[in-house]
Design a protein around this ligand. Structure first.
Ligand SMILES: *Cc1c(COP(=O)(O)O)cnc(C)c1O
Length: 361
């Protein structure tokens, strides 16, 4: 007999608990939309959304504020849609004016897609006014809320979001290798069935699971990941979503106040345009971002470069999930300031620490 191993020879995830996970997530997100799972990280759920909705004849407006938004447009185009891109300045949120101008310039718009909060640059897009503009045009609205769910208020039904993609692994502190989608009846109706069975087909998930009464597992979901989601939801429900959002808000406020106290202007100056998941801090002119990150590493803290166009211009202070707490926030800011000093730039660490203490008082 081989030695027993806790990771091997696992029973399937119980089929009846699988539907319960969807119900719990639906209650958490306070939506009437159907919840389905993608048995992979969120990037697959996003690709499945574009692949399932995109079709020849469709006109889409794709709002791009990070590489994730860019991929989404590529997938829509691959599915046959005509894609009009509205691109923000690098590392900045989109402006409502840019969106309304793009919508006004098109005789027909079937779909608009946007990322809510970006971990790549620490920005927050203006979700409510964009949603209102999309509703005015009667278009489908797809939102990548992978990062924002648990970090920012998100009213899926109130805003008329037709497909909302969420990931448990950012603010919600859950596992990385599965994701969820909230799908409205209008979005289901707009999907064309695939020509062949496909892991990217949301209509396959609907047919094989939702329409089949949700009693049997769809395919062979990884039991480890779904048990981890079960545990993550236990923790989220115990803390409550509003408390989790407030914890992220405080981590962001503390980080931003500390940067200012240190003598540094945060990458995003207006708090209303900043994500609560990560705070972007500038890389001073003439400083190699890799050297800044290496210098912070000497304090035992991992800062990450911006993702995409802003790679050389900012570093991210990650305070998502369990990191939205006093100790990681303090460590991030001290390591960043210490790294600035190591590279010959001033940073008032005492004032920064004082600002964090005040935010957590
Ligand atoms: C992290 C992230 C993704 C990708 O999620 P994965 O689970 O890593 O595939 C997509 N969009 C946004 C906005 C993200 O922050």
């Amino acid at each position: 007999m081989p030695k027993p191993n806790a990771l091997l020879d696992l029973p399937s995830f119980p089929a009846d608990r699988y539907a319960v996970l969807a119900d719990r997530l639906q209650a958490l997100l306070a939506t009437r939309s159907d919840i389905v799972f993608a048995q992979a990280e969120a990037i697959l759920a996003l690709e499945a959304t574009a692949t399932s909705l995109g079709q020849p004849g469709m006109v889409a407006v794709n709002i791009v504020t990070s590489p994730y938004g860019g991929y989404f447009g590529d997938w829509l185009a691959r599915a046959g849609a005509t894609v009009h891109e509205v691109r923000a300045e690098a590392g900045r949120p989109i402006t409502v004016a840019a969106v309304t101008a793009a919508l006004a310039g098109l005789p027909k718009v079937d779909l608009v897609a946007m990322v809510h909060a970006e971990t790549s640059s620490g920005i927050l897009n203006p979700l409510a006014p964009v949603a209102a503009a999309v509703r005015d045009r009667g278009a489908l609205f797809v939102v990548d809320a992978v990062a924002s769910a648990g970090g920012h208020p998100l009213d899926i039904d109130g805003l008329g979001i037709d497909i909302c993609v969420v990931g448990p692994q950012k603010a919600l502190g859950g596992p990385t290798a599965l994701s969820a989608l909230a799908i409205s009846p209008r979005a289901w109706a707009a999907m064309a069935p695939p020509k062949a069975p496909s892991i990217l087909s949301l209509t396959d998930i609907k047919a094989n699971w939702l329409d089949a009464g949700r009693g049997a597992l769809p395919g062979m979901p990884s039991p480890l990941e779904f048990w981890a989601l079960d545990a993550a939801l236990d923790r989220v429900e115990a803390e409550t979503l509003p408390a989790i959002i407030a914890r992220h808000d405080r981590a962001a406020r503390a980080s931003r106040a500390a940067l200012v106290a240190m003598g540094v202007t945060p990458w995003i100056t207006d708090a209303a345009e900043a994500s609560t998941l990560a705070t972007a801090a500038p890389v001073p002119a003439g400083v190699d971002p890799a050297a800044l990150i290496a210098a912070a590493k000497e304090s035992g803290v991992t800062l990450t470069p911006g993702f995409g166009e802003v790679r050389d211009r900012l570093v991210r202070l990650d305070h998502a999930g369990a990191r939205a707490a006093f100790a990681p926030v303090l460590a991030n800011v001290m390591a960043y300031g210490q790294a600035l000093r190591r590279l010959g730039h001033p940073a008032d660490l005492g004032a920064a620490a004082e600002a964090i203490a005040k935010a957590y008082a």
